[in-house]
Design a protein. Structure first.
Length: 124
């Protein structure tokens, strides 16, 4: 059990790769928090895993939502060791990728691989 004693939050864990990751972590001994906007599906995944899992609603675009999930995780399990940022965000990719002005709003709505590039590029 490679993850025995570890506590993980897995965003986007109500389906697909996130759900598979949560199941694998639990099989390896971790306590897992299924964090997702899909409440019904997330609760089903947590219930299927059993006592080592719980569901917490999470909108990854809202900073306050993260604070609530981290607080609930540490309150219930006593600590947090691992974060798997699996959730995806859909929507328009329109923005000025040459801008050097990037605030928290851009990070909330832009995939991580684009946020780093857009924050480090300079105008040609």
């Amino acid at each position: 059990m490679r993850l025995a004693g570890k506590v993980a939050i897995i965003s986007g864990a109500a389906s697909g790769m996130g759900a598979a990751t949560a199941r694998m972590f639990a099989r390896e001994g971790a306590k897992v928090v299924i964090a997702d906007v899909l409440e019904h599906e997330g609760r089903q995944i947590a219930d299927g895993i059993g006592v080592s899992a719980r569901f917490e609603p999470l909108d990854v675009t809202q900073e306050g939502s993260w604070a609530v999930v981290v607080g609930a995780t540490t309150g219930h399990f006593g600590k947090l060791d691992v974060l798997v940022n699996n959730a995806g965000i859909s929507g328009s990719a329109e923005q000025d990728f040459y801008s050097t002005e990037v605030g928290i709003g851009s990070w909330r709505l832009t995939p991580p691989e684009c946020s780093w590039a857009s924050s480090t590029r300079s105008r040609p």
